[in-house]
Design a protein around this ligand. Structure first.
Ligand SMILES: Cc1cc2nc3c(=O)[nH]c(=O)nc-3n(C[C@H](O)[C@H](O)[C@H](O)COP(=O)(O)OP(=O)(O)OC[C@H]3O[C@@H](n4cnc5c(N)ncnc54)[C@H](O)[C@@H]3O)c2cc1C
Length: 552
């Protein structure tokens, strides 16, 4: 029996924030045993050799320092052989009950749920960390950067309230470190969750070679895997514009998140959520922003009245060209973009260009035809309500099956697919899938929008509560917000909700629950909301429908 102690961790002590193994678990050399965290860093404690965990001597929350015993390990040589984890050797054909291709929010959720339901699962991703686009180059790093940007903006906005700060000192390298730390915590945490469930993780590009066979090409060479069932969760990639030159100053969202450089002049192609979020980051860090959007409003998909407060704020800070296309870019000492818009045609120079014109599904290039799985010309994989493709034992989830391309849609589809694959009764049928632009102000909406209702000719009653009448919003100096609810005029049932303002994304959750539960105006208006909060605006909007509103 070997006692594992804390090695020199370069600090006096650290807290145990995660224990990734349990007594009886078989571990390989290098497998994570536990995670330590101090105010300076997060560290994994790996197994020094293979063996079986005999006893855990610490608990989450304990503080430990060099030499403290944490775990007793029966080395593999002495241990009774543990049930072998599925380990794929180069060239050998391994077998998994269920294989999940893609380890984004869809893929890892499906893998973990299926493992919890007793399946032997192999999770494959071309990246060497779990978490897919969302954790590595999407939702999470963008929010880490937006947090820093908001600190800067809020500090600048404090002057009218009587507090002034000096110009911010921007240390891009430290900001990159902060972002990497956030991402690292989450992706390492996922590896621990996979290990805990005995999900086999394979790095490599997967390709179907038959209805029950895959080839995985990774750092360790090609490997073959046989499977009973598969879940495709290969996500999406940024759309490239074919007329753009190949130039390192032309970035997609992944390149922009790297924050390699701070351009003085950044042109953002696309006024959608991703483009606007990155514009906010680069603006806070000192770049001058120009946005070109082909449509006649930014945040297409949200109702125009909800976009207006954001547009007003951004128009004072950025150059925004709506109904405008960029038709060409010439790469020289600068990037010269040619525009075509309501003002005619013109050219302007930029130091960098961010292309954020949408994402395309990763359905092609997967060899899906070898498994008989249909992929549309656009690259989407059609599925039924159980997330089953046209081939009974193959499921698909997340961005690759369709819009909206959002992480929370992927995770919910993932649970349905895993449960259906395990023979449970499950179907994906949400009434509302929320969408949030994490801009400042945020815009969040769910269910029916006013634009959709009008297009369908559906009769709705629309009520709005302007945040100019919200004590909380005014006390924050952010009275520009708006809360809007769409009701069935006959029953008062809430059909849609939209909120623009600080923390709109958080506030929307109440409305999503209301829509999902079939709540009506009385349910919301008679719910006592705490005062003074922004959440009150939802209750007050419902009071407007009920005719009981006294705040306006
Ligand atoms: C900058 C940015 C910000 C975003 N912010 C948000 C947000 O705030 N909220 C939100 O809900 N959504 C956000 N999204 C969208 C969100 O990231 C996606 O909707 C979500 O990641 C989709 O999850 P998924 O599981 O379908 O696939 P993905 O996360 O795309 O993961 C798919 C994985 O499959 C792997 N893969 C693909 N093909 C293969 C193959 N053949 N073999 C092996 N592996 C393969 C890829 O390497 C990838 O890791 C953002 C996206 C971006 C780009």
């Amino acid at each position: 029996m070997k006692t594992i102690t804390i090695p020199d961790i370069g600090m006096a002590d650290a807290a145990i924030v995660e224990i990734s193994v349990r007594p009886g678990d078989a571990v390989a050399a290098g497998d994570m045993l536990l995670m330590l965290e101090s105010d300076k860093a997060t560290l994994d404690l790996p197994a020094p050799e293979a063996g079986v965990v005999a006893e855990i001597l610490v608990s989450v929350g304990d503080r430990v320092g060099q030499g403290d015993p944490v775990l007793r390990l029966e080395p593999a040589s002495a241990a009774v052989p543990a049930p072998a984890l599925p380990q794929a050797a180069p060239g050998a054909a391994d077998h998994a009950d269920l294989v999940v291709i893609g380890a984004g929010p869809g893929g890892y959720t499906a893998a973990f749920r299926a493992a919890d339901l007793g399946r032997r699962v192999t999770l494959i991703d071309a990246r060497d960390t779990l978490g897919g686009v969302c954790l590595n180059v999407g939702c999470i790093p963008s929010k880490a950067l937006l947090h820093v940007a908001k600190l800067i903006d809020d500090a600048a906005g404090a002057a009218p309230h009587g507090v002034s700060f000096g110009a911010p000192q921007i240390d891009l390298s430290a900001i990159r470190g902060w972002k990497a730390q956030v991402v690292g915590k989450l992706t390492t945490g996922l590896s621990g969750l996979a290990r805990r469930r005995k999900v086999t993780v394979m790095q490599g590009q997967a390709r179907f070679t038959g209805p029950h066979e895959l080839e995985v090409t990774g750092l360790q060479g090609p490997r073959h895997l046989r499977f009973d069932q598969a879940i495709i969760a290969t996500g999406s990639s940024p759309v490239r514009l074919p007329f753009l030159p190949d130039d390192p100053r032309i970035l997609d969202s992944t390149g922009a998140l790297e924050l390699a450089d701070m351009p003085q002049r950044l042109l953002v192609l696309g006024g959608g959520i991703i483009g606007l979020e990155m514009a906010q980051v680069y603006h806070a860090f000192g770049a001058h922003i120009t946005i070109a959007e082909r449509l006649d409003q930014i945040v297409p998909g949200a109702d125009p009245d909800m976009v207006k407060p954001l547009m007003t704020r951004l128009a004072a800070r950025y150059d925004i060209h709506l109904s405008t296309s960029v038709t060409a870019v010439a790469a020289g000492a600068t990037l010269t973009a040619s525009f075509d818009g309501p003002q005619g045609q013109w050219q302007a120079d930029y130091d960098a260009i961010l292309v954020a014109v949408g994402r395309r599904p990763n359905g092609a290039g997967l060899g899906a035809e070898a498994a008989g799985v249909t992929v549309t010309d656009a690259g989407f994989i059609p599925v039924d309500a159980q997330m089953r493709t046209n081939v009974g034992h193959v499921f698909a989830i997340g961005d690759v099956v369709g819009q909206p391309m959002l992480a929370h849609k992927a995770t919910h589809e993932a649970k349905v697919a895993a449960e259906a694959a395990c023979g449970h009764k499950a179907a994906f049928g949400p009434v509302a899938i929320p969408a949030v632009a994490y801009t400042d102000p945020e815009i969040a909406w769910a269910g029916l929008t006013e634009t959709e209702a009008r297009a369908r000719g559906q009769k709705v009653r629309v009520e709005r509560f302007p945040w100019a009448a919200s004590g909380r919003a005014l006390s924050m100096g952010r009275g520009e917000g708006l809360t809007k609810l769409l009701f069935d005029p006959g029953t008062g049932r809430i059909l849609g909700a939209a909120i623009t303002g600080t923390s709109a994304g958080e506030l929307l959750a109440e409305a999503v629950l209301a829509i999902e539960m079939g709540a009506d105006a009385a349910d919301l208006s008679l719910t006592i909301h705490p005062h003074p909060t922004l959440s009150e605006t939802l209750g007050l909007t419902a009071e407007a429908f009920e005719g009981t509103l006294t705040d306006l």
